[in-house]
Design a protein around this ligand. Structure first.
Ligand SMILES: *Cc1c(COP(=O)(O)O)cnc(C)c1O
Length: 401
């Protein structure tokens, strides 16, 4: 081993995921250390005073920062190519902190309508209670973005591919329009994962994740992250908001997520192979309606999807004949695939959005989001795809009976 400093900047993705951010303790452990501590001790009263004045950069309290959480943040920032990563207790904590830290009464937010259920709640119900004007647009229609962004706007929030109809939003075009309106663009990149899509390359100002999904990917823990290169935003808004409102990630969960990052690229690549196989299998059947998968040429925005993403991801949405009853018969006949609203997991999981994740919405709003009564959203796991297809085949036959 040479004494030269590690050349982390030149590391390729797989290396960043395995080694990024490691800070070894005096015990020289191989694996990342888990610092389950809420507080830290000071050698003297003067040292404590200096820490609180910000003169010494050190750990003060785990609501502010924790060494295991810092390792996770550094590793994810290296993967994304961002200056700063702030970890949060869940994906929703990341969404809320990214918005609430910088918005005030009288501000304006424009968002695409096709959002994860809880994001939809924050934007369409919660923010207006605080005097923030929010406008929802059809994210696939650039004319609607243009009209909504014709006046000064503070934040733009969007998700691409969207949940559950897998709509694709033109990141470059929307970022350009948003910046002309003075807005900070926040991209929820959960469905694409940090492996398949890099929103900063298209102009995004903030990228956020639910680490609960592919980053853990094994159904163990909740977590989230906010990434950005805007240091003013971090210093002026995000850091004080995080410190004083407390949506911090627990060190234990950060440790689980660090181990998740080590295998993220491998898992996501295999998820994509399996998902394409399953999507092609479903498309070839005449007893399945629409099949939505961004990497299939039949996806209405296939070209845009492939210009922004390096592969299709692991979500496949499709219409079951017979509406809600048909979809329920189909779900109940599955033997391998579990009924669950989680996604990005090693286990294949399926959900019926109209009666679960999106049941709170009015039927008209669901229709605008492409959520029919027969639509199911499958998160293809890491089982042998032949077993997944056999299960789908059996359940589709049973659903007709
Ligand atoms: C799951 C999810 C969230 C919320 O994340 P949690 O970790 O469950 O709080 C936000 N956006 C998208 C797209 C998600 O899939």
């Amino acid at each position: 081993m040479s004494d030269a400093p590690p050349r982390e900047e030149s590391w390729r993705t797989a290396t960043r995921l395995v080694r990024g951010g490691i800070e070894r303790s005096q015990f020289d452990e191989t694996s990342e250390a888990l610092y389950l501590t809420s507080g830290y001790v000071y050698g003297s009263a003067e040292e404590a005073q200096r820490a609180f004045k910000g003169e010494d950069k050190r750990y003060i309290y785990s609501r502010y920062a924790n060494p295991t959480v810092t390792m996770f943040e550094t590793r994810l920032a290296m993967l994304e190519g961002a200056e700063v990563c702030v970890a949060t207790a869940s994906g929703m904590a990341a969404v809320f902190a990214a918005l609430a830290s910088q918005l005030k009464a009288g501000d304006r937010v424009v968002a695409s309508r096709a959002l994860f259920g809880s994001c939809h709640y924050i934007i369409s119900e919660l923010l207006p209670c605080y005097g923030i004007e929010t406008v929802l647009v059809d994210g696939t229609d650039l004319d609607q973005w243009k009209a909504a962004l014709g006046q000064r706007t503070h934040c733009v929030f969007l998700e691409t591919p969207s949940n559950p109809a897998l709509e694709i939003i033109d990141l470059k075009a929307v970022c350009d329009l948003s910046h002309d309106a003075g807005a900070c663009v926040i991209v929820d990149n959960v469905f694409a994962t940090p492996i398949l899509q890099k929103p900063f390359l298209f102009g995004a100002d903030i990228v956020m994740y639910s680490a609960t999904k592919h980053i853990d990917g094994q159904g163990r823990t909740l977590g989230g992250a906010i990434l950005t290169n805007d240091l003013d935003f971090v210093d002026t808004y995000l850091t004080p908001f995080m410190r004083h409102t407390g949506p911090s990630l627990s060190p234990f969960n950060a440790w689980v997520l660090l181990k998740g990052l080590e295998t993220l690229e491998l898992r996501v690549r295999q998820h994509c192979v399996n998902s394409r196989d399953v999507a092609e299998f479903l498309s070839a059947r005449n007893d399945v309606g629409r099949v939505l998968y961004p990497a299939l040429p039949s996806h209405p925005q296939h070209e845009l999807a492939m210009a922004q993403m390096s592969d299709g991801g692991n979500l496949v949405s499709f219409d079951i004949e017979g509406g809600r009853e048909g979809a329920f018969r189909f779900l109940n006949a599955l033997e391998l695939i579990d009924i669950s609203n989680n996604l990005g997991d090693a286990k294949s999981l399926i959900t019926h959005p109209a009666t679960t994740t999106h049941q709170r919405l009015e039927p008209e709003e669901r229709a605008r989001m492409g959520i029919t009564d027969g639509l199911v959203r499958l998160s293809v796991g890491l089982e042998d795809p032949d077993d997944v297809k056999e299960d789908l085949d059996r359940a589709l036959a049973a659903a007709k009976a």
